[in-house]
Design a protein around this ligand. Structure first.
Ligand SMILES: *Cc1c(COP(=O)(O)O)cnc(C)c1O
Length: 704
């Protein structure tokens, strides 16, 4: 195989041990349920099974004096009689005096705990254990949380958030008593909803379980145990029941025996080699097709496993700073709790229902809110499944409108070169004929009219001559044009070109004069990306029809919308006509509910300031690329930064270079571009820009 990218492939597929493969998180249904004893017993049982394992308490509260080791002392006692090995002793990473929730105890001492900080400390500690431990097998850590799953670290983050970024299997510890079934169920559901695996349940028996308790209590305790055993077996979760014992050597031995069913499951997980990545890539190659690729010579793919904030986590544990927002969509970053909460709540109510003859609150509220945000004059929302479908709908609306008003000869569309409107047939017909590869589909595609790309740069004074071609095309063909369709201000996938908003004002006037409708495709530009909520605002133009999508759901689900004026709707429907379109999943309630939550977030979170900060950071960060060999242009608008090269770039090579740098940037054609989530912190934005700069300084974009 003469694959120039091999040196990077090997790096990217190297199996790695990650903290997620080596950690187990122990949490409880509440405080004082016996987590520390359960953790200690598990530590002993796992060591007996031959594993190199140490227990760690990331946050301990209620520690009187600095010398006290809190729970770590208990872990140590449980294995006191065993050979010490080379591992450093059990440790507490943060301790606070007040016996309260970590957020409060830490605040009392002027400390603000964060999930990112805790994760870093845990990772560092685990690496030090790995360094001290010399065996072949990696060293595992048992991480005991403070209190239950929703115990907060600060005003926004809690224990579940930490568990989710660690992505380790979870052990739930519960105290057997009245209420245990309910508490256990709630905890298991919360863990599952975060996409985490429960590796076992440890049920702690009260001290008087078998002797002094009255008959009713005994019946409850016994039923709890058998009920849980049966239900958990169905879910493949092992159960261990731990008696109350005197905590001496014999006692710890009894507990280690009792916890064995859970310890075995944990040991099996810890022993599984981390080969997920290679296996999945191989299987992917056999059965899947990726965007714009060959099945014979596919571009390499990386396995994404989890995401959070502005980060993507690969299956081999590497965490990448995201520079793409998953193709314009994930403006709030990934796994935003508000979006996920909206999704779950709607899933619980009604995931989907046909839109023919039925309506629902998520669709109505979304349409109302969208119309509030869109340029004045747009009045009707037609929900569509994807951007391409929204464009098809827009084209059909324009055709039906012209028929409705008796202009049946208007059957063609006029559009600038360099545009991109999607990959379905109608949408493809108005894409740039060269980059859209019209030659492949020439017989099938309707033949549209093309005009020159708006050549007046965004950042230069407007040149009225840039409208000459539009004027001429409309003069020649105006009578047969149903509509002009284009992306306002930013041409996206057709070249990441930014042009002057005055062009749109002039074009709107020309359309009016020619009797053609004006369609704005804001699928990429919508929802703040270019620095205004919609790019149309920069020109002060309301189009007759507008398409939006991509960031509409904040990157969670596919949803788009075609919005038109009352005049267009009336033109279509007058004389008893109907609009002829209706996708099966039209107005999907899940997607509408998430979109609604995303639009609310946009309004609350001051997207304008954030996009301005992105623009500043991108300008500063990408400026050094200008003038370097092989660079044709550097341009920035809002949250979009573009380095245009003189030749097409080696995508696979650059991609691998960027992944090694810990950033996710996917170039195409002659474009290396960034459009990070709005929530990207300045230091991460700098990292993205530096990675682009380094690639260009090292000439990776030129190396074929
Ligand atoms: C992405 C895009 C589309 C197509 O949207 P899909 O959801 O991918 O079908 C259409 N127009 C523009 C401007 C786009 O950026």
């Amino acid at each position: 195989m003469n694959d120039p990218d091999m040196r990077f492939h090997d790096l990217s597929r190297r199996p790695r041990r990650t903290l997620a493969d080596a950690a187990v998180f122990i949490s409880g249904t509440g405080t004082d349920v016996g987590k520390t004893v359960a953790t200690s017993a598990l530590l002993r049982a796992l060591r007996q099974a031959g594993l190199a394992v140490q227990a760690v308490k990331p946050v301990q509260t209620g520690v009187e004096d600095a010398a006290s080791q809190g729970d770590a002392a208990c872990y140590a006692r449980a294995v006191e009689d065993m050979p010490p090995g080379q591992l450093p002793p059990a440790a507490t990473l943060h301790s606070f005096r007040l016996p309260a929730s970590p957020h409060l105890a830490a605040a009392r001492e002027g400390v603000r705990l964060t999930v990112a900080g805790l994760r870093r400390d845990i990772e560092r500690h685990w690496r030090s254990l790995m360094a001290a431990h010399e065996g072949d097998a990696p060293c595992a850590v048992l991480l005991e949380g403070a209190g239950g799953l929703h115990v907060p670290f600060n005003e926004q983050e809690d224990t579940l958030d930490l568990m989710a970024v660690l992505a380790a299997p979870v052990i739930i510890v519960a105290y057997n008593g009245l209420g245990a079934l309910n508490q256990v169920r709630l905890s298991l559901d919360a863990v599952r909803d975060r996409g985490l695996v429960t590796a076992g349940l440890v049920l702690m028996q009260p001290p008087d379980a078998s002797h002094t308790a009255d008959e009713a209590t005994q019946a409850i305790l016994a039923d709890n145990e058998s009920w849980l055993r049966a239900r958990l077996e169905d879910e493949g979760i092992p159960l261990a029941v731990l008696p109350t014992v005197t905590l001496n050597e014999a006692g710890w031995e009894r507990l280690a025996q009792a916890v064995r069913p859970v310890a075995q499951a944990v040991a099996a997980l810890l022993r599984t080699p981390p080969n997920v990545t290679q296996a999945l890539v191989r299987r992917d190659k056999k059965v899947l097709w990726h965007p714009y690729t060959s099945t014979i010579e596919p571009l390499p793919v990386f396995v994404a496993q989890r995401s959070h904030h502005n980060r993507l986590v690969l299956a081999d544990g590497r965490e990448l700073v995201d520079g793409m927002s998953s193709w314009w969509a994930a403006v709030h970053g990934y796994n935003h709790p508000r979006l996920l909460a909206a999704l779950r709540a709607q899933a619980g109510r009604m995931p989907h229902v046909m839109f023919g003859g039925l309506t629902h609150a998520p669709a109505v509220e979304l349409a109302e809110r969208l119309l509030d945000m869109l340029p004045q004059g747009l009045a009707r929302v037609f929900p569509a499944d994807s951007g391409s479908v929204a464009v098809e709908v827009a084209l059909k609306m324009a055709l039906q409108y012209q028929q409705g008003i008796g202009q049946t000869q208007r059957t063609r569309f006029l559009t600038p070169r360099g545009g991109y409107h999607g990959d379905t047939t109608g949408a493809m017909s108005v894409c740039d004929p060269v980059t859209g590869m019209h030659s492949l589909f020439a017989r099938m595609l309707p033949q549209q009219l093309f005009m020159e790309r708006p050549r007046c740069r965004f950042d230069q004074p407007f040149d009225p001559a840039s409208l000459d071609d539009a004027r001429q095309k409309l003069a020649e063909h105006g009578h047969e044009v149903a509509a002009v369709i284009l992306e306002p201000v930013v041409q996206g996938a057709g070249g990441m070109w930014f042009y002057h908003p005055d062009y749109l004002r002039g074009l709107a006037q020309l359309c009016r004069e020619a009797g053609a409708l004006l369609i704005f495709d804001e699928i990429a530009t919508g929802f703040g990306r270019t620095g205004t909520l919609f790019a149309a605002e920069r020109a002060g133009v309301t189009p007759d029809i507008l398409c939006c999508g991509k960031a509409l759901t904040g990157g969670v689900l596919t949803l788009a919308a075609t919005v038109c004026t009352e005049q267009v709707a009336d033109g279509i429907c007058r004389g008893g006509n109907v609009f002829m379109h209706g996708p099966t999943y039209m107005g999907n309630p899940l997607a509408c509910a998430v979109a609604l939550a995303s639009l609310r977030l946009l309004e609350e979170e001051d997207w304008r300031t954030r996009v301005q900060q992105l623009e500043q950071g991108l300008r500063q960060g990408l400026a050094p690329c200008a003038g370097l060999p092989g660079v044709a242009d550097v341009r920035v608008l809002g949250g979009i930064g573009v380095v245009e090269t003189t030749e097409a770039v080696p995508v696979a090579l650059l991609q691998a270079f960027f992944v090694e740098r810990g950033v996710w940037i996917r170039p195409f054609g002659r474009l290396i571009y960034l459009m990070p989530p709005y929530v990207t912190p300045p230091e991460d934005l700098a990292r993205l820009c530096e990675a682009v700069g380094d690639a260009i300084r090292q000439g990776v974009h030129l190396s074929y």
